[in-house]
Ligand binder design. Structure first.
Ligand SMILES: [Zn+2]
Length: 409
């Protein structure tokens, strides 16, 4: 019988987060713990020490993912895994990734304090190179673990200095031997990285899944012409077409349901001279949606619209799809456990989707998966000023604890 009901210690969680944030700390209060650098090693070493102190058994796999295991009463049951990532952007924040790993560790510490053993084993996971800023692709560790990328190929990827993933892993001492194992369920707590929770004064985001993405490279070819002698009706103005297409991307995002988003984030104008009608524009389009069919319909609308603009503006528009990432829907039974936990704890909550990709997206392909979001200040992330409140971090961790207990038995 358990000694007492397990409770998350919000102060301990916060001080662990702050101690971890000292590794790679930047002057503006962020962290620079880029994957497989000495700072990443230091972060891993600290996490590993805390895991040992909590009585966990640490294993490292071939891509350097860390799994800290707490035995269950049923040794044969696949573990319930909690995790996220310890690496950061070059000018990253204290909470992105680190929160999910520290929350998992706090759940284990709370269970230790209360003397509670679960039926299924528990694991706290830290996935290698979620950020993808030094080595591509992003979500590298979870991608290898779930079989999306072959390990051998990924180990040969190089950074801009010519160092391979394999060399970098060996240099920090985290090239492990563990093979991918079965996961019973996966929970990831994370800061929202968006403004919705703060804006609606909500503590817990019950994440339904992650938006699918379709990225396009667009080339608009018109004709350079003198800005004076060329009458308006005889122009082939590529920038005018690009401007119209940009507004249409915004129109498309507004016209479709299921959390539709549309963004033009990059544009290159040629010749980019004040008295020349622009003859060429290269631009990007990023479409996102929670439902695959709706995402496809958005892409079709984009193509039809581009053809119409090309005719009207007498330019050619070619579009190449460079990324397709299907939406992921999280496991309904796990998502409802997250919602129920928030309810039981009396925390304000709302259903939400993740606009960004997380390790949970890949894990959801091999195991029932759910995520818990907590607010971050101004919705700002991937920034040194990223901030979250201690009470929100503790609340998300309590939800994690309850949802994990309901799952692990
Ligand atoms: Zn993250």
């Amino acid at each position: 019988m358990p000694k007492s009901a397990p409770r998350v210690d919000g102060t301990r969680l916060w001080s662990s987060l702050m101690e971890l944030a000292r590794i790679g700390a930047t002057p503006k209060g962020g962290v620079r713990r880029v994957t497989l650098t000495p700072a990443d090693r230091e972060g891993r070493d600290l996490f590993a020490r805390w895991c040992r102190e909590a009585g966990l058994e640490l294993r490292v796999d071939g891509i350097g993912n860390l799994f800290a295991r707490r035995a269950g009463t049923d040794a044969g049951a696949p573990p319930v895994v909690m995790g996220s990532h310890l690496d950061s952007q070059p000018n990253g924040g204290k909470f992105d990734g680190a929160y999910g790993v520290m929350a998992g560790l706090e759940v284990v510490r709370a269970l230790n304090d209360a003397g509670v053993r679960t039926r299924a084993p528990l694991e706290v996971a830290s996935w290698t190179n979620e950020e993808g800023s030094r080595f591509v692709p992003t979500l590298m560790g979870s991608g290898v673990f779930t079989g999306i990328y072959p390990l051998e190929d990924i180990l040969s990827h190089k950074d801009t200095e010519g160092t391979s993933v394999g060399e970098a892993l060996r240099s920090i001492g985290y090239a492990g031997e563990a093979r991918p194992h079965k996961v019973g369920a996966y929970f990831e707590a994370h800061i929202e990285q968006g403004p919705v929770l703060e804006d609606t004064r909500t503590t817990i985001g019950v994440v339904q899944g992650a938006l699918g993405q379709r990225w396009f490279d667009v080339l608009i070819a018109g004709q350079d012409a003198h800005a004076g002698p060329t009458p308006m009706e005889l122009r082939k103005d590529a920038l005018l077409a690009a401007a119209e297409l940009t507004l249409e991307v915004n129109r498309i995002a507004g016209a479709f349901p299921d959390y539709a988003r549309g963004t033009v984030g990059h544009m290159q104008v040629k010749p980019n001279s004040r008295n020349v009608v622009p003859g060429e524009v290269r631009m990007t389009v990023d479409l996102r949606n929670a439902k695959d069919a709706t995402l496809s319909a958005m892409a079709q609308d984009l193509k039809d619209t581009a053809e119409r603009i090309a005719r009207k503006r007498r330019v050619s528009i070619s579009m190449e799809e460079v990324v397709y990432f299907p939406p992921s829907e999280f496991a309904p039974e796990l998502v409802s456990r997250v919602r129920a936990a928030a309810q039981e704890l009396g925390l304000s909550h709302r259903d939400i989707v993740s606009g960004a990709a997380h390790d949970a997206v890949y894990l959801s392909r091999v195991a029932p998966t759910a995520m818990i979001f907590v607010p971050c200040e101004g919705g700002i992330s991937h920034n040194e000023i990223e901030a979250a409140r201690p009470e929100d971090c503790a609340a998300g961790c309590s939800v994690l604890l309850h949802a994990v207990l309901a799952t692990a038995g």
